[in-house]
Design a protein around this ligand. Structure first.
Ligand code: GLU
Length: 400
């Protein structure tokens, strides 16, 4: 993933004629915090926070708990956050954190201990004007609430603006839970409208029906009832029904910790089969590198939406775009989460709580404008979608 991101960065830097210094600088993080957490039980975990760029505002980005977390991955994800906040015009920088852990192997008490110790290891480097972490893969508002509490005890800061993605009673924003998924629907809707196809009904499949993917589907049902959800998957496999699934029903099933392997409706399929379905849109909401050199030739969808970070590799981008596919790039398509994180941070600092309608309206404005910028750039320059997203971001980072 790091190499792929750097290849796209090289293309974008060259297109803008930014020169070797910037080409080097953009690949380097300002700070890398790496430490080890030891639980009372003796279990040990590697922990990271990478602060990539704060030229536009405090570092901003999630913290993921996943057994594959490594420094290179966190560095790449931090870079993508700097590009993301810039591409959608937020006054924030980019950072990312993670712990190499499979949270399902910990008891709730151990998870809380791990989380609090993570904050103890990092609290000097975070803060409302310094670095504002948020949830990411396998982290949620419960975990963020523990972080806020630990941070308050250590620093006395009561603003709650050092973290976003909090629960609502603890200073979270309405609409934050659904924001990434909602942003993806807004991006795709706007893109289709720009292509003059707004009224089309379409079929779509969601790879990775977790927090992001399931809210993509429930929002699609709300905003575009003509779109049909024909397949969904989790890490173990998925289900398919050409008549379509009800998004809320599937979301309820997954919220109850169900696995699609046990789902009674539709036909069981593997993740690879889902990626090869003859659908109009493939929503990639799992993990990085899902569509790669090995499976890119089987993809039939015309549109791919990068709801995870970097789910389509560089090679797969090249191949699919040559074959007329449209890939809505992660740094714009999945920016809804950080946009509403920003709105949460603004509310915390002003001691305000906005209605869900107000939050969603502001989110829609950001998504619409970023998607229009992308469309204009791609149609004027005939460049690849990801490269164009990176160009727009680098322009804001280095030219504005
Ligand atoms: N983890 C999300 C992302 O990758 C959200 C980050 C945030 O809200 O700061 O964009």
């Amino acid at each position: 993933m790091l190499d792929d991101t750097h290849r796209f960065l090289d293309l974008a830097v060259a297109r803008l004629g930014l020169g070797a210094d910037i080409q080097k600088q953009v690949k380097k993080a300002n700070a890398e915090h790496v430490f080890r957490i030891e639980l009372d039980s003796g279990k040990k975990f590697d922990a990271y926070r990478v602060q990539h760029n704060n030229a536009r505002g405090p570092y901003k980005g999630g913290i993921r708990y996943h057994h594959n977390v490594k420094l290179d991955e966190v560095k790449t994800l931090a870079t993508l956050m700097s590009l993301k906040t810039a591409a959608v015009g937020l006054p924030l920088g980019g950072g990312k954190g993670g712990i190499a852990v499979n949270p399902r192997e910990l008891s709730p008490e151990e998870l809380e201990e791990l989380t609090r110790k993570y904050v103890r290891g990092l609290h000097q480097h975070i803060g409302p004007d310094q670095d504002v972490p948020a949830p990411d893969v396998n982290t949620n508002s419960t975990i963020i609430d523990w972080m806020v509490d630990e941070y308050e005890q250590l620093t006395g800061d009561k603003s709650r603006a050092s973290f976003t993605g909090k629960s609502i009673p603890n200073g979270g924003s309405l609409g934050r839970d659904a924001a990434t998924g909602r942003g993806g629907v807004l991006c795709l809707t706007e893109w289709l409208a720009l292509e003059g196809q707004a009224e089309e009904s379409l079929t779509y499949a969601v790879q990775g029906f977790g927090n992001v993917g399931s809210f993509f589907a429930t929002t699609a049902k709300e905003l575009n009832p003509k779109w049909k959800l024909v397949a969904a998957s989790d890490s173990a496999g998925g289900v398919f029904d050409s008549n379509g699934f009800d998004a809320e029903e599937l979301q309820k099933f997954k919220d109850g910790r169900g696995r699609f392997a046990d789902y009674e409706k539709g036909k069981q399929i593997t993740n690879e089969e889902l990626l090869a379905l003859d659908v109009d849109v493939l929503v990639l909401a799992g993990l990085e590198d899902a569509v790669n050199r090995d499976n890119m030739k089987s993809v039939k969808a015309k549109y791919l939406v990068e709801m995870a970070n970097s789910p389509v590799t560089y090679d797969a981008h090249e191949y699919l775009e040559k074959n007329g596919r449209i890939i809505l790039p992660d740094i714009i398509a999945n920016a809804g989460g950080v946009i509403v994180s920003y709105l949460e941070w603004v509310q915390n600092r002003a001691s305000e709580s906005w209605s869900k309608t107000k939050v969603n309206q502001r989110l829609a404005k950001y998504m619409k404008s970023a998607t229009n910028d992308l469309y204009d750039y791609v149609t004027e320059n005939h460049t690849g979608m990801k490269e164009s997203g990176f160009v727009l971001a680098l322009k804001k980072l280095y030219e504005d």
